[in-house]
Ligand binder design. Sequence first.
Ligand SMILES: *[C@@H]1O[C@H](CO)[C@@H](O)[C@H](O)[C@H]1NC(C)=O
Ligand SMILES: *[C@@H]1O[C@H](CO)[C@@H](O)[C@H](O)[C@H]1NC(C)=O
Length: 395
Amino acid sequence: MKWLLLAVVIAFTIFSAGIDSHLLRESPVSSLCADLIHPAGYSCTEHIIQTKDGYILALQRVASPAQNLSLQYGPPVLLQHGLFMAGDAWFLNSPKESLGFILADHGFDVWVGNVRGTRYSYGHITLSETDKEFWDWSWQDLAMYDLAEMVEYLYSIANSKIFLVGHSQGTIMSFAAFTQPHVAEMVEGAALLCPISYLDHVTAPLVERMVFMHLDQMVVALGLHQINFRSDMLVKLVDSLCEGHMDCSDFLTSITGKNCCFNASRIDYYLDYEPHPSSVKNLRHLFQMIRKGSFAQYDYGLLKNLMNYGFSKPPEFELGLIPASLPMWMAYGGNDGLADVTDVERTLAKLPSRPELLYLESYGHMDFVLSTSAKEDVYEHMIQFLRARRKFSSW
Ligand SMILES: *[C@@H]1O[C@H](CO)[C@@H](O)[C@H](O)[C@H]1NC(C)=O
Ligand SMILES: *[C@@H]1O[C@H](CO)[C@@H](O)[C@H](O)[C@H]1NC(C)=O
């Protein structure tokens, strides 16, 4: 195992000399409003916030063409995307099929989050993306800084509690953030798609292989700090993991499991937007969860844990601390290769509250965002849950 790892690393160090420049994206700065929202005829404004640790995040506020901006906004909803995705994930299908547009059509005040490192939130007050320190974060920082501060920002603008909708990593971040009383008390309700706090039953074949082959250590050995599947080096590395072991020509299936209901002829279009970059440290943190079955802070190893946390092991995030009074709705699928039913049930058993549940046997991980029938299968149920918490007139 170790020699194989070493051989792969050496091979890549040789072959990849000089391709570092490819890691830099073509156009770091783009605007979600201009890319996807305005072209669909919806109004959209860009908001910039700066996190306490210096990252510059873009949020978009989206309203339906049917809405007259002079009218009052409905309840604010923050959409928090998953790993290797960004806020564009909520707008990739037609306005009749995509959650972001549908919520706006129902009169919600839709806010779109984009975490650090994604193409829409690609800045820092002092660091640049070529700095190692720029990528020194994992999902716990996305929870404690990015999400907590986006929630705070919306809360102050809307002057009311907000709803939170999360998918996948967006739900990991939500659970971690909700253990913080000052965040939980700004949230009126949470709708979680593919909820994850435990990850030890992951079945997505390429993910299992990445964990088995220690992809996280390989990329560290290669001197990488960001995971960018658009880079030549990552593409070659993934190819080498797949070759002779599995067919990764259908990348989405290998990395998320089977999906039942999305339109395969749109995949090239989806790939114009996804995947977005994330950090190596984040991948390592997720692999720690997969290996150890824990929902804990980042494990630095004994000495650095003592320095950072004062304990030899990283402290757990206690799901039991999430207030029972925080209403939650969750949708999960029988074919999800990442949010496995066993792990979802373990999460549910640890929560003090009893979330409303929607189980869809045939749904996979991406179906909850990209299925062409998600509106009927999922979103209408979610909207019912949200509207039951807050009455408002829509138009
Ligand atoms: C929005 O308001 C303007 C001016 O008050 C009005 O002319 C227009 O018809 C309204 N649009 C909609 C969609 O209600
Ligand atoms: C699938 O997507 C293509 C391209 O957007 C579209 O032309 C086609 O109508 C879609 N099919 C279904 C069943 O939605």
